[in-house]
Design a binder for this molecule. Structure first.
Ligand code: 0RA
Length: 634
């Protein structure tokens, strides 16, 4: 008998020696997280007592000497001799790496992810650990250091009630820092108190002499309430389920009108920030149930084909707390992703319960269905917008001329292409534009006189091909109106004879090769002013922009005798950006002329006979004025 006793003793020592040699294997590391893992391991044993209905309050104390004390009102750790070790049960639990589970026939006792070895691991990694047990009408105590008992279990005094109190100081030989974070502990305690409805957790700080009590009678329902910051955002009453057959499951969720979502999942009261089998089962249950519900009722807007998991997730705030039997399997580097196949049972349980709830709460169900339909619609709309942008940027990369300063919007109706003469006009136009919807294409000098050019020659002309590429439609046989890239194509040339000539050449080109653009009202002429005239002096002076000599003369006649300052704009490039913007480009203040053809056969004639000859008559086919301009002298 004494033989086997010794062998067991050696095994026990070897066990905890292994923990001290490779603490990372048991608590993940010896940094900040590993240090706090010690607290979680001890805390979870007490929380388990509470979960199993044996404990109603827990006290957590940050002691002034750096120790942590965790005290619960549970049954108290057994004190009688343990048959397998021949030692008392406290010593057995705290000094034996594999003792935890053997004591425990409680179905759900799988705390801390260490499968019941937590107490001994914390003991092994603590320079000091004291256990006090109230049980059988007495208070008992035993102390340890680095995993080894420093005394034997002692009956101290008669005591009422039951419970366990554990105090420990992390070993500085193991941990580079043993400073606990109050915030991290506080946050964890509050979450635990949410997960165990009615459990009172008193958190005390002996250094700051502060304390805080966490007690949530409605548990995760209170948690949801806290997560939903703005209650007005809630679109329907929360769904709540507590299931306690074979598998234990507690779920609460609601949708808000916010686009963000928050899904918090837990297994055996341990957070699983990376989800896993249980969270997947939860998502599947929700998506399948709502997809069925919405599609059966034709609850989707036109053009939206189906409900996706992401649609269901939008605005969702959920807390999923599952309790699984046996050893949990975790996956990934941080072991925070559950990989237990048993969690798949969650899907049918939740699906059935949620379906029933939807059918029994039709107005809540309708509100939820609307919220998800909205998300689906937004998804389809944003995909369309994204596709549009992709198409546009793809086109831009592949085919748009380098000289084109494109706009950022892809909306055909709202966008404008300004065709300007020369690079200097291009530069100032770029400064003056609203880059969101206004694009600039500078063209060089006089473009080909298309009246005399063949289609072949035309296509080889760089200015023409840049223009056609920018507009997007192609021309001739390959003309495709649906590919038009701008709602307005605005010719903006200098207000002088050369400028007029270029404008005429461009109009001829549009008329001959892209007549649909004129017919459908896409072609415009900008009206840059020819003069800036300051009338009067000092405060009473004002500035007028005029568009022709005639207009200037009329103004001067009217303002006879007043001090006059005249500036002639030799070209667009000379105007500063604010002036160019307000006089010529800003839709709120500019004047542009819509080009239309009154009588096509006649206009044909006119082009034939007048091209390049009579400057004054060139624009007789300009009919529609975007804004009233009395005398158009160009
Ligand atoms: C094993 C068996 C029993 C209780 C406990 C362990 C226990 C462990 C801890 C750790 C912290 N607080 C705790 N409270 C209880 C059940 C003993 C019985 O049947 O009375």
């Amino acid at each position: 008998m004494s033989d086997s006793y010794t062998v067991k003793d050696i095994q026990v020592l070897k066990g905890l020696e292994a923990v001290r040699k490779r603490p990372g294997m048991y608590i993940g590391g010896t940094g900040h997280d590993g240090l706090h893992q010690l607290v979680w391991e001890i805390l979870d044993n007490s929380v388990d007592e509470a979960l199993n209905g044996h404990c109603s309050s827990i006290e957590v104390v940050m002691e002034s000497n750096g120790a942590i004390t965790i005290k619960d009102s549970g049954r108290g750790i057994p004190v009688e001799t343990h048959p397998a070790t021949g030692k008392n049960s406290v010593e057995t639990i705290f000094c034996n790496l594999h003792a935890g589970g053997k004591f425990d026939d409680d179905a759900y006792k799988v705390a801390g992810g260490l499968h019941g070895v937590g107490a001994s691991v914390v003991n092994a990694l603590s320079s000091f650990l004291a256990v006090e047990v109230k049980r059988n009408g007495f208070k008992y105590s035993q102390e340890f250091s680095r995993g080894k008992p420093v005394n034997s279990l002692t009956k101290i005094a008669p005591a009422r009630g039951t419970g366990t109190k554990i105090t420990f100081i992390p070993d500085q030989e193991i941990f580079p820092s043993i400073d606990f974070s109050k915030d991290i502990i506080r946050q964890r305690l509050e979450v635990k108190s949410f997960l165990v409805a009615g459990l009172k957790i008193n958190f005390m700080d002996r250094i700051e002499k502060s304390s805080e009590i966490f007690l949530y009678p409605q548990g995760i329902v209170d948690y949801l309430d806290k997560l939903v910051q703005d209650k007005e955002d809630i679109v329907a009453q929360p769904f709540y389920l507590k299931h306690e057959n074979d598998i234990k499951l507690e779920v609460v969720f609601a949708w808000t009108s916010q686009t963000s979502n928050q899904i918090l999942s837990f297994v055996n009261s341990i957070p699983t920030p990376n989800g896993g089998t249980h969270e997947n089962a939860f998502r599947n249950a929700l998506t399948k149930t709502l997809r069925q519900y919405i599609e059966k009722r034709n609850g989707l807007p036109k053009g939206v084909k189906g409900v996706t998991g992401d649609d269901v997730k939008e605005g969702l705030i959920a807390i999923l707390s599952a309790y699984l039997h046996g050893n949990l399997e975790f996956q990934g580097q941080t072991k925070e992703r559950l990989n237990s196949p048993g969690a798949q049972q969650i899907e049918p349980i939740l699906k059935t319960a949620f379906e029933t709830w939807l059918s029994q709460n039709p107005s809540q169900a309708a509100a939820i269905a609307n919220r998800i339909a909205l998300a689906a619609q937004a998804r389809v709309a944003s995909r369309a917008a994204r596709d549009d942008v992709n198409r546009k940027s793809a086109t831009r990369r592949l085919t748009l001329p380098g000289k084109l300063a494109d706009c950022s919007s892809a909306s055909k109706d709202a966008t404008e292409l300004f065709i300007v003469e020369g690079d200097s006009a291009g530069g100032s136009s770029k400064q003056a534009r609203d880059r969101k919807f206004q694009a600039i294409l500078p063209i060089r000098g006089k473009i080909l006189n298309v009246e005399q050019a063949s289609m072949e020659k035309l296509k080889g002309n760089r200015e023409i091909s840049n223009l056609v590429l920018s507009i997007g439609t192609g021309m001739g046989k390959s003309f495709d109106y649906s590919k038009l890239r701008y709602g307005k194509v605005i010719i903006n040339t200098d207000a002088d004879v050369d400028g007029h000539h270029i404008a005429t050449l461009l109009l001829t080109f549009f008329y001959r090769f892209l007549p649909e653009l004129i017919r459908n009202g896409h072609v415009y002429l900008a009206m840059p002013p020819l003069y800036r005239i300051r009338v009067g002096a000092g405060k009473k002076s004002f500035i007028k922009y005029v568009f022709s000599d005639k207009e200037k003369d009329a103004l001067l006649k009217k303002q006879n005798g007043k001090e006059i300052e005249i500036q002639r704009f030799k070209g667009l490039g000379e105007m500063d950006a604010p002036t160019l913007k307000s006089t010529t480009m800003d839709p709120a203040t500019r004047t542009i002329l819509k080009v239309s053809v009154e009588n096509e056969p006649q206009t044909d004639d006119i082009f034939d006979t007048l091209m390049g000859k009579d400057v004054r008559k060139r624009f007789i086919f300009i009919k529609e004025h975007a804004r009233e301009v009395q005398d158009l002298d160009i």
